[in-house]
Each structure stands twice: as structure tokens, then as C-alpha cells.
Design a protein around this ligand. Sequence first.
Ligand SMILES: [Fe+2]
Length: 421
Amino acid sequence: MTTTKHLSKHTLPEDVSQAIIEMKTQWRASIGDVPALMAQIVSELEKDIQDIEATQKAGKSAWPEVSYHDIANGGVSADTMALIKRRGCVVVREHFPSEQAKQWDRELVEYVERNDFDNQYRGPGDDFFGTLSASRPEIFPIYWSKPQMEARQSERMHHVQCFLNSFWKVESEGKQWFDPNINYIYPDRVRRRPPGTTSNGLGPHTDSGALERWLLPAYQKVFRHILSGDFHRYDPWDAAYRPDVDEYVGGTTKCSAFRTFQGWTALCDIKRDQGVLFTIPLPAAMAYLLIRPLLDDVANEALCGVSPRKVLPIDEQWHSLLLRAKALIPDLNAGDSVWWHCDLIHGVNPVENQQGWGNVMYIPAAPGCEKNRQYAKQCAEDFKAGRSPDDFPEEHYEASWQDRFQWQDLSSLGRKAFAER
Ligand SMILES: [Fe+2]
């Protein structure tokens, strides 16, 4: 998001440093004994960190796995459900048949080549994904291809998204915060990384706001139990106030939707050691991130490296405890998908001379709430015109392209995803 279209809606405080100092004063007063709270958070997290370390030491993946078949048939075991809740991430095996995913991959290449993307490409439209110097980007700012739309509007995607939404406590504080059986579209890009790629990856970070998580009143309500020093009442799966969060405008990582899970679908087989996704699979680690800057060794106007309009960075200096839990995804087959809770720390490992392709479609879960409905309606207009969606740089490559997915090709689920009947 690089426009000034919504500047009137929510802007950063004029003096960010002063706002941080005031926030810390208030939080310290409401928490009371901050080091004691931190000790409690650390001791809770330590149990899961040790479990993750032991699992990985034994040569196993820390990522829970389910098959699409079990999701569709209600056959996911209670133990697996509990593990997904504990880790905040999951691999869905055979979410799409492998052949289907590989065909989508080929069709995406044809779509891009038929429309002469190589000659049209003007360089990165934002600074989020680094400064890789390539004639083709790693992240393609393509939103409206047939493969993407077919995956988004498929029954298989709907079933998985409903399953993921079901982990959340939707009724809380006397209100239903979203409908887990409705899924709105959140059009995002595709990544295509060719064999031989050398990439620095992406450092560990969280999406859905950085500074916002400390300063926005709606986020302060999301984290109300942490801020009152009552960590045991904090539930990362409580949806209360989550859809009320509007991120500050002006950054390149703005998200106008509430996503229960962020996710992507593999379009080719991807090996775990070929520069791919990792998470810190600790949903409650957000409590650590929020409270860490309140300790005495952090300058009063600082938030452990957080700065306006940038993602929330996780580093050795401030968060070494959490980094012990770093968990790479397992080997994936084309058609598998991976998902992670919207608070979860994640990143992309570096790779040298990548073996095989690394192609994925980003498709998250954006459940039925007013905020997501509004954004989906706005996306419908961008879809009709082939424009880049509002959350992304205004590149609009596809506006003049042939063979975009068309409105009349929408299924009933596809129309509902755009908040149309
Ligand atoms: Fe991210």
C-alpha cells in the first residue's frame, strides 16, 4: 500500500517517540511488576520451546500436518487439533491434487509470457521483499490469473479456510466477531523462484502491523489481558477486537483484512532446505514481543528495533529465547499448503544455488467480518479492471492483459468471496 487514499482514516501519532514513552508509562502502571510478568511468560514459552527443540533434535518436523481428505471428512484427530492450536501453524497435505497444482504453475508461466511481463516489468513496487537484482522479480505482482482465481474460489480452499477459522474463539466479550463459515477474498501475489537462485531470504518478522501492536487502541484491547498483567487469561485464539484493528497507512506491508491464518499453496515440490518458510511456532510469543521493550535495558522511546512502516523484526539481541524454536517446514509436494496464525513469527531461509523451483500462491484465510467484506467489495472493482488490489503497490500490470480471469467465470463461492450474491 503506497497511496495516500486513506490518510484520513488512521495515521501515525505525530511524535512516535513521545507516544511510545506515554504508552510504556501506562502499561507499566497497569501491569505492576513487569519483570514478574516477563518471568511468567518466559516460563510458559520455555515448555513449548523445549518440546520443539526435542522434536527437531529427533529428526522430526515441528509442524503439525493434516490431509485435505481428513479435513473434508471431519477426520482430524483431537490430538492433531490440539497440536495445531499449540503450534499455530499447519501443513495441509494434498490440499490440491499434485497434477492440478503443477498445471496451475505452467498456466501462470504462460499467462506471464503471453503478456510480455519480462519487458513490462519496472522493478520492485515496494521495499518489503528486499533488493534482489533480477530481471524478473521473485514475487510477481500478479493477482488475477486463472490459476489464482480457480484456487481461491475452489471448494477445497473454502473447506480448509473454514477448518482454520474454526480454531478461533469467535464469540467473546458478548459479541460474535466473525462468521467462520464465510471466507472473503484477499488477493495476493505469487512467488516464482527458479533453480540456481541465491537469496538472502527474509529475516524473522510478524505481519499485520508492528508499531500498531503497541499503539493502536484496538490492538491494546486484543492484548488486554497481557496489559493488565494477567497472562494466564491471554488467549491468542480469542477473536475479540481483532477485526477492529486498522493498520496505519503508508507502509508497504499494510493489510486491510483480518486474516485468521496467513498461507500459501505450493505449485511445485519444495524441499525443506531450499530456502523456504520457517516459523517460530509459538502463538503466545506475541506476549514476549510486547513486554520485552518494557524491561529496563531498552531505551524508553524504543521498541526493540520496531520502526514506523516497517515489519516487526525479531533478532538475537532482544529475542534470542524465541529464535531457539525456529521450525522449518517439512518437504512439500505440489498442491500442499502451509498456514500460520496471524501473530506468528516467520521468515524465509537464505539459499545458495537453489535446487528445483520454489513456486507458491499466497492465499490466506480472511473470514466473514465487516472489515473483510468491505475490502472484498473494493477488490471486486479492482478485479473487474485488472488493477492491483488496494493493499499493494499501484502497479496494475494486468489491466491491459489478455486471458485474465473474468467476472462471469466466478463460481457461487467466488461471488460470495467478493461479497456478491
Ligand atoms: Fe511476512
